[in-house]
Design a protein around this ligand. Structure first.
Ligand SMILES: NC(=O)c1ccc[n+]([C@@H]2O[C@H](COP(=O)([O-])OP(=O)(O)OC[C@H]3O[C@@H](n4cnc5c(N)ncnc54)[C@H](OP(=O)(O)O)[C@@H]3O)[C@@H](O)[C@H]2O)c1
Length: 261
């Protein structure tokens, strides 16, 4: 018997699957045979991201879901289950933030950022467990950030204050790594694996236009380049597949070597 990366027969839910990194992850999952439901707030954004995709309405679907709202999450999971008979993999990828200034951040901004980075992921995890238990190879994959592992180097932002990484983001992303370990331990008896993927610098297109800032980021990596969404897909395919069935509670860092120094 050989365990492969083939995702045929698996249904994967990915929050924020039409975002910058989510789209690349979704494309990799589809290529490897998964049925993918992109959970998000805006069908138009989904259709815009995948308008010419050959798998659209075949194995690629949109499901309305606001991760800020428990009842919306419950509705989405129930609806996918009614349509698909259940699901095997939940990828907690979406996030939202408010505020960035470490000196002037309001309590409300702090709470909103932690809510969008950590609490929302907890809500989705809690609501998904009763469904995942019914899968023969259930998986939860959480998305953290290198700033959940190391502090930002502020010299990088000296000439780019608008790009400064906010304090609640990294604190909450560190919580994501630990929450994965917690649920990996708690759900082991159920056979549900829970792992984290930690991306490094993957600045989106508008940020890539700030050439000097990108050079600063590139210098900080060992591979001397920023990441592309397609650099991430393989890790999610692996963690969703039968090939990773004995891996749980781990954090796979995809950062070009940013965090090793
Ligand atoms: N890009 C990087 O350099 C980088 C580095 C490390 C980690 N990450 C992590 O990677 C993940 C994806 O980031 P990204 O760069 O692809 O960001 P992005 O393009 O902004 O995507 C975020 C996604 O989250 C969705 N979202 C926001 N609020 C939501 C809500 N209330 N309910 C449902 N969906 C919601 C957004 O949908 P709407 O457009 O509809 O709001 C969007 O699809 C995040 O967890 C991020 O922290 C990114």
């Amino acid at each position: 018997m050989v365990y492969t990366f083939d995702l045929t027969g698996k249904t994967v839910l990915i929050t924020g699957g039409y975002g910058y990194l989510g789209k690349g992850i979704t494309e990799s999952l589809l290529w490897h045979g998964a049925v993918v439901y992109v959970l998000g707030r805006t069908r138009e954004k989904f259709l815009n991201a995948f308008k010419n995709h050959e798998k659209l309405d075949e194995s690629l679907f949109f499901e309305p879901c606001d991760i800020a709202d428990t009842s919306s999450i419950q509705k989405a999971f129930k609806s996918v289950t009614e349509k698909q008979g259940g699901f095997d993999v939940l990828i907690n990828n979406a996030f939202y933030l408010q505020g960035s200034d470490p000196l002037k951040m309001t309590d409300q901004e702090w709470e909103a950022g932690v809510d969008g980075t950590l609490n929302s992921l907890f809500r989705c995890t809690r609501e998904a467990i009763p469904y995942l238990i019914k899968s023969s190879a259930p998986r939860i994959i959480n998305v953290s950030s290198m700033y959940g592992m190391v502090a930002p180097e502020f010299s990088v932002y000296k000439n780019f204050p608008e790009m400064q990484n906010p304090p609640h983001y990294g604190a909450a992303k560190a919580g994501v790594i630990q929450l994965s370990r917690y649920y990996a331990s708690f759900l082991g008896d159920e056979g549900i694996t829970v792992n984290t993927v930690t991306p490094g610098p993957f600045p989106p297109k508008p940020v890539q236009e700030k050439k000097e800032f990108i050079e600063e980021l590139e210098k900080k990596t060992s591979l001397k380049r920023i990441g592309k969404p397609e650099d991430l897909g393989g890790t999610f395919v692996f963690l969703a597949s039968d090939a990773s069935g004995y891996i749980t509670g781990q954090n796979i860092v995809v950062d070009g070597g940013w965090t090793i120094k």
